[in-house]
Design a protein around this ligand. Structure first.
Ligand SMILES: Nc1nc2c(ncn2[C@@H]2O[C@H](COP(=O)(O)OP(=O)(O)OP(=O)(O)O)[C@@H](O)[C@H]2O)c(=O)[nH]1
Ligand SMILES: [Mg+2]
Length: 269
């Protein structure tokens, strides 16, 4: 059993990618369990096999505790730790090759607080895990925003200690699927994040744009980021674009490039 965590800023397309990628995996004759780990989710674009809302709902916490939406989400994730045994049992009962976990929209839970990593550690015990750090292509199109998202990835990596694959979603908003299939290099010119993870010059350039940060600092940070996160994968969860490449990257991390079907399943309890 392999775990694929889908995390990223609010609205980056985590739930949509959970639906699309699980469909892709099933279309390739492998089994997959979809886990909704977001107690605040209202409508999901897939039918979850395991759903935390069975145990905790953010809306109920808001009413009961008199909290605002953000405080209530944090409080509901805190409560989830009490249901780990039930969740683990439900996940293992699915006996699937892959488990895709749709993470809560508030990235703070995984990047800054202890409870997110603790919960994930308990849920995935003994299994290989990879996380997909999803961003909206429009959010990482400009140098400064691309850099700040990369730093957020680095914070998440410190907190979670799980390999991260950067995934740029919604590339259909940059160019059509047909155009991208003909010429994928279009993305490199319009989405800065791809450039930063490829060439050193672009990182120096970001530093040069800042009044307070020396270019060398930006270049050094970029070198570290390139080492720990690698290249970003472009996808469109809505248009089913880039999912083959995403699967190849996931397998590279989980099984050193071996296809699941040619591998001895590891970690199945
Ligand atoms: N154009 C386009 N829109 C997308 C894509 N993926 C998701 N969306 C849209 O982006 C919006 C947010 O998608 P969700 O999947 O709910 O995003 P999320 O990250 O799960 O959101 P939260 O859980 O609230 O943080 C929805 O309107 C989706 O239809 C994509 O690849 N292309
Ligand atoms: Mg969601």
């Amino acid at each position: 059993m392999y775990f694929i965590l889908i995390m990223g800023p609010a609205g980056s397309g985590k739930s949509t990618l959970t639906a699309a990628f699980s469909q892709w995996i099933e279309d390739h004759q492998m089994s997959v369990a979809k886990v909704n780990l977001d107690p605040a989710a209202e409508v999901l674009p897939y039918v979850p096999d395991v759903d935390v809302r069975r145990y905790v709902r953010t809306y109920d916490i808001m009413i009961k505790e008199g909290l605002g939406p953000n405080g209530a989400l944090v409080a509901s994730v805190d409560l989830l730790i009490n249901y780990v045994a039930e969740l683990v049992e439900e996940i293992y009962e699915t006996r699937s090759n892959y488990v895709i976990v749709d993470m809560p929209g508030q990235l703070e839970i995984v990047a800054f607080r202890r409870i997110g990593p603790q919960l994930i550690k308990e849920l995935t015990k003994g299994c290989k895990v990879v996380s997909l750090f999803l961003t909206d292509a429009r959010l990482v199109a400009q140098p400064a925003s691309a850099f700040s998202i990369l730093l957020l990835m680095l914070s998440t990596l410190y907190r979670m200690d799980i390999p991260i694959i950067p995934v740029v979603n919604k590339v259909d908003l940059i160019a059509s699927k047909e155009t991208l299939e003909k010429d994928p290099t279009i993305l490199e010119d319009s989405v800065y994040l791809f450039k930063m993870l490829r060439d050193d010059y672009s990182c120096l350039e970001v530093g040069a744009l800042s009044y307070y940060i020396d270019s060398d600092v930006s270049a050094g940070l970029c070198r570290i980021l390139k080492q720990v996160v690698g290249d970003a994968v472009p996808v469109s969860a809505r248009e089913f674009y880039g999912l083959d490449e995403l699967y190849a990257n996931v397998q590279q991390v989980l099984a050193g490039g071996e296809d699941y079907l040619t591998e001895e399943p590891s970690g199945v309890l």
